[in-house]
Ligand binder design. Structure first.
Ligand SMILES: Cc1cc2nc3c(=O)[nH]c(=O)nc-3n(C[C@H](O)[C@H](O)[C@H](O)COP(=O)(O)OP(=O)(O)OC[C@H]3O[C@@H](n4cnc5c(N)ncnc54)[C@H](O)[C@@H]3O)c2cc1C
Length: 403
């Protein structure tokens, strides 16, 4: 298909689960969409190498379940797991709930098959972890949102499946206590900490409003976090984690906490973090996905509230995110949609000085193009343009996205 499109000078937009959040799959009037949804086979699970070979259109959840059936773990996890595909995850270098322990998608891909804009197939299908033989070609296509090639196949890195899971929802008296508890659990849980999801009170209030999710803890605390450790050696892992939490409770670093006693309770706690669709009850709404150094995070959010309040009456700022990764999600509503550009500037401008990122995990697509230069230098952008020109000289692949 790409060879034909290349010959005809036809622009192509790769599309998969269409759960991307930055307009990366939008198709212009003279462009065509290339769906990967029928490339949906899991081709091999190699339990010895701990790898899985998949076609690009396999939904993330199907990969997770196939790994689990073999006592293994595919460590990428995010709320859109049922619809998002591995090709889309690779193209966006998706992050999600377990980055703290296992890294982003690029850390979970060992090999890739990609079709270039001219139809040439690049096979870099390795199962090996170590391969220092020059440029790591697969990384060019991970996180570049279908602008350099179409991912058709991948070899994924699996991990041993966890034997135990400890999931806790904790409430905190202040931000510095949240940061201290993160440090302590990280240092003292023997590398088993896999998620540390922070929620400011406004987020918790929204999700636990009447008729939504039940509130396991009182709604009066300023901060909450969903903390999860995944262990491989049963009791030893669990008791270490619980001892840390106990001492944090005794020192009032944690104000209150609830520990999931079953898989049902665990799922219920996770829905407080995952059911982000309740944000849509705020209308009009602008959502952001930024990252910044953890020590600057609380001051940044307070500064944002103050700046917005100078311009608009009673702005709503809902903050939550993956604390261990310095990744903050923001949902902001200031009354009408005409102020989008102003709000974006208020959110992104301070990130320049903080050396943060305008996109932590969702990508740039069309929506964030204007702000790429807030995070990347002109020299970096020039390199990106040069690579694009080299791999897609006639610019037919996902035109206008990122650059
Ligand atoms: C409820 C919800 C929760 C989410 N949570 C997270 C989260 O925690 N962390 C996170 O990082 N993201 C999250 N996302 C966004 C995330 O980017 C997507 O869910 C996912 O990675 C995209 O996969 P997809 O199959 O839907 O791709 P699409 O949306 O179809 O495409 C996304 C981009 O990839 C390109 N593309 C798709 N397939 C290919 C291919 N085979 N080859 C080349 N390019 C391709 C498209 O052109 C587009 O630019 C969330 C989204 C939702 C709706």
């Amino acid at each position: 298909m790409l060879q034909l499109c290349h010959e005809a000078g036809q622009a192509v937009v790769p599309r998969a689960g269409m759960t991307g959040l930055v307009g990366g799959t939008l198709v212009g009037p003279s462009e065509i969409a290339l769906s990967l949804e029928r490339m949906n086979r899991i081709e091999e699970i190699d339990t010895e190498s701990q790898t899985m070979t998949v076609q690009a259109g396999v939904p993330l959840q199907a990969i997770q379940e196939a790994a689990e059936a073999h006592g293994l773990l595919f460590a990428l996890d995010l709320g859109a797991r049922g619809s998002a595909t591995i090709g889309g995850n690779i193209a966006t270098n998706a992050g999600g709930n377990k980055v703290l322990r296992y890294g982003m998608t690029r850390d979970l891909v060992l090999g890739l098959e990609v079709v270039l804009a001219n139809g040439e197939v690049i096979s870099s299908l390795f199962k090996i972890l170590k391969n220092n033989t020059g440029l790591d070609i697969k990384q060019l296509f991970i996180g570049t949102e279908g602008t350099l090639g179409v991912v058709t196949r991948a070899i994924l890195r699996l991990h041993p499946g966890p034997r135990t899971r400890q999931t806790v929802l904790a409430a905190f008296p202040d931000f510095s206590s949240v940061a201290t508890v993160l440090q302590r659990v990280r240092a003292g849980s023997g590398g088993t900490l896999s998620s540390f999801e922070i929620m400011w009170r406004d987020y918790y209030l929204l999700l636990t409003a009447p008729g939504r999710r039940p509130a396991p803890l009182s709604q009066t605390h300023p901060f909450y976090a969903l903390i999860e450790c995944e262990g491989s050696t049963d009791a030893a892992d669990d008791s270490g984690f619980q001892m840390i939490l106990q001492s944090c409770l005794e020192e009032n670093l944690i104000a209150d906490a609830v520990l999931a006693q079953s898989e049902t309770e665990r799922a219920s706690l996770w829905r407080i973090r995952d059911d982000v669709h309740y944000l849509k009850t705020l209308n009009p709404l602008f959502v952001f996905d930024i990252s910044l150094p953890l020590p600057a995070m609380e001051r940044y959010v307070e500064g944002l509230r103050a700046t917005l309040a100078e311009r608009w009456q009673l702005p709503t700022v809902i903050a939550y995110g993956h604390l261990g990764d310095g990744n903050l999600h923001l949902a902001i509503s200031c009354g009408d949609t005409s102020n989008r550009h102003d709000i974006e500037h208020i959110v992104y401008e301070p990130l320049k000085a903080l050396r943060g990122s305008v996109s932590a995990e969702h990508g740039i697509g069309l929506d964030k193009k204007t702000y790429l230069e807030f995070t990347r230098t002109p020299q970096e952008i020039a390199v990106m343009r040069a690579v694009k020109r080299a791999l897609d000289p006639s610019g037919i692949l996902n035109p206008g996205k990122i650059l």
